[in-house]
Design a protein around this ligand. Structure first.
Ligand SMILES: Cc1cc2nc3c(=O)[nH]c(=O)nc-3n(C[C@H](O)[C@H](O)[C@H](O)COP(=O)(O)OP(=O)(O)OC[C@H]3O[C@@H](n4cnc5c(N)ncnc54)[C@H](O)[C@@H]3O)c2cc1C
Length: 373
């Protein structure tokens, strides 16, 4: 094992939150930054819709112009069958920030990583954070493991946990995830037929056992997913392609839009999408950003926006902390909690709108007033 290399800040995880934090740290005058990413931006990533005001955050990060050149699919709003059998529309026509986007997630994260490297930050892919130890006032010593299984130690005055919903560093440091919900998604991808004119709206459709969504992606692809509870997914075998497709065919609206589209074989993915808040989102010399700090139900389409906005705030807090202002960490914690409370209100309101299936286990559970456990 090699001896330590020293950094001002080590960012663990190079997803949206990690990359944005690194860019924002640079803007705040911190230059010795290491980003550690276990993947190589090759695997499929899910979660594609971002709202129009994400534009403001991308601008603050100095990457809006280049992002626009990436030509992700335009999102013009949503249409949903939620609360009744008809379709309701919520478009971005009058939104002062214009349209949102349906991202090719793999390409979006690879773009962010490229921007991080171009800004002069060291980003190591194929490298996993394993554990961290305090080295007192000097910060933390982190153990990293590369794809070649070799371990390495690095020292960092400050650590950012951006490892997503696993919250690897924070949990290593004793923080706990307080869960509100544990949805599971069964997701598959389609190729749009030449005749398909699937709109640029995100489609949502509530069903007795959960809800479906569909969104058009770049390169004439479409993502379609069903959200439900683990037990329901298992019971209805929605985790099997044939059954997933059979249930999709029974939807009233989404199935109609998919006529003539081809399911991309073997594309069914099963993903956990929990809602949780860490009991501690920051401590001496560390903080968590994005999904590592809190995860929201994908119904909100706020995960990426939240990752970017946490990052902008986190970078200011870290710069202040490294200059001796330790109070800023607790302000950061409070703002993550306040935002989670606001999200909770919106999420509860949205689930309360659906009254068609009073005996459905899925809807009953989402409509109960449960606290974090
Ligand atoms: C089914 C589903 C649908 C969604 N839909 C939407 C949507 O429409 N709109 C939206 O805004 N959000 C959506 N989300 C949420 C969104 O994907 C997340 O909020 C967002 O990815 C959070 O970014 P992040 O960088 O915090 O975490 P992640 O994207 O999870 O990134 C974490 C990174 O850390 C790396 N990592 C993990 N552990 C380690 C380790 N030990 N060492 C080094 N690296 C590590 C991972 O490889 C990953 O690159 C959806 C989520 C799901 C599950």
């Amino acid at each position: 094992m090699e001896t330590s290399i020293e950094y001002d800040v080590a960012v663990l995880g190079g997803g949206a939150a990690g990359c944005a934090t690194a860019l924002a740290l640079q803007q705040n005058g911190i230059s010795k930054i290491l980003v550690v990413e276990s993947g190589r931006y090759e695997a499929i990533r899910v979660g594609e819709s971002i709202p129009p005001d994400t534009r403001i955050l991308l601008k603050k990060l100095g990457i809006l112009a280049d992002f626009l050149k990436e030509n992700h699919e335009t999102c013009l709003g949503s249409c949903s069958s939620w609360g009744d059998d008809g379709l309701g529309y919520n478009d971005f026509l009058f939104n002062p920030h214009g349209n949102g986007w349906h991202l090719d997630r793999r390409r979006f994260e690879a773009f962010l990583a490229r921007k991080v490297i171009e800004s002069g930050v060291e980003l190591r892919t194929g490298t996993k954070f394993e554990k961290g130890e305090s080295i007192g006032s000097k910060g933390f010593q982190l153990q990293l493991r590369g794809d070649n299984q070799e371990t390495e130690l690095v020292d960092a005055r400050f650590v950012v946990d951006a490892t997503g919903m696993r919250s690897c560093f924070a949990r290593n440091w004793g923080a706990r995830r307080l869960f509100l919900d544990r949805l599971i998604f069964a997701i598959a991808f389609f190729e749009l037929s030449a005749s398909s004119n699937f709109s640029n709206l995100t489609m949502l459709e509530a069903v007795e056992y959960g809800w479906w969504y569909a969104a058009k992606l770049p390169k004439r692809r479409l993502v379609t997913a069903v959200a439900s509870e683990p037990a329901i997914i298992k019971q209805t075998t929605l985790n099997r392609s044939d059954n997933w497709l059979a249930h999709l065919k029974k939807t009233n609206h989404i199935s109609r839009e998919l006529v003539g589209c081809h399911l991309i074989e073997d594309s069914l993915l099963i993903c956990a999408a929990p809602s949780f808040l860490l009991n501690h989102t920051a401590g001496n010399g560390w903080l968590a950003v994005g999904d590592a700090a809190s995860t929201y139900d994908p119904i909100s389409s706020q995960g990426i926006y939240k990752a970017l906005s946490d990052s902008l705030q986190a970078a200011k807090v870290i710069a202040a902390y490294l200059s001796g202002d330790t109070q800023s960490l607790s302000e950061y914690q409070s703002s993550i909690t306040t935002r989670f409370d606001n999200y909770l209100q919106n999420r509860n309101y949205f689930y309360q709108l659906e009254k068609r299936w009073s005996t459905s286990r899925f809807w009953k559970r989402r409509q109960e007033r449960v606290g974090l456990i």
